[in-house]
Design a binder for this molecule. Structure first.
Ligand code: ZN
Ligand code: ZN
Length: 175
């Protein structure tokens, strides 16, 4: 039986992992499992940008996937970038096995606002479903509330849900 692997990267036993796992299992109808892979974060650090390359983290994450891995989602709290963008909330291989998301810009603290753990977890669930959706071959979706709707700013994330719209569900055979 294939599984979606959830890999916290240098995060010790996060209390939200169970909620994230339940959300992913419900959304994609596939069992999820938490595990740890050794990830060398310093190797992905770019001193000129003071950020971490999401692509380099992704490469490490998918280097040796477990035999029953359908997807692998890494979760980190460092600030991620890809060369053409100032930052990214996450990155995924379109129609591939791997994705990575970051909590860094999902925390109110980053915006100078009082911390709200529930809100952070909701944002994490939305962005995790979003990036995993890409690994199932989904492109960005025009439906306003759909998790695959593109998010440039954290406010965009707050406008959407952690669920897939009927079109996206259909496209990956979940209808
Ligand atoms: Zn996207
Ligand atoms: Zn959609």
């Amino acid at each position: 039986m294939s599984r979606i692997y959830l890999v916290p990267i240098h995060l010790n036993a996060p209390e939200w992992l169970g909620r994230l796992r339940a959300c992913i299992e419900k959304t994609f109808g596939i069992r999820a499992k938490c595990c740890s892979f050794p990830i060398d974060l310093p190797a992905a650090f770019d001193p000129a940008r003071n950020q971490y390359s999401s692509s380099l983290i992704l490469q490490q994450l998918i280097a040796n996937p477990p035999a029953d891995a359908r997807k692998i989602l890494g979760i980190t709290d460092v600030d991620l970038f890809i060369p053409i963008l100032t930052y990214v909330f996450g990155e995924a291989q379109l129609d591939g096995i791997g994705a990575v998301v970051s909590l860094h810009r999902l925390k109110n603290r980053f915006y100078g606002l009082p911390e709200d753990n529930d809100l952070m977890v909701e944002r994490l669930m939305k962005e995790s479903v979003h990036e995993l959706g890409h690994t199932f071959g989904l492109f960005h979706c025009a439906w306003f509330g759909c998790a695959l709707n593109a998010s440039t700013y954290v406010e965009d994330i707050d406008q959407k849900s952690c669920e897939l719209c009927p079109d996206c569900r259909n496209a990956i055979g979940l209808a």
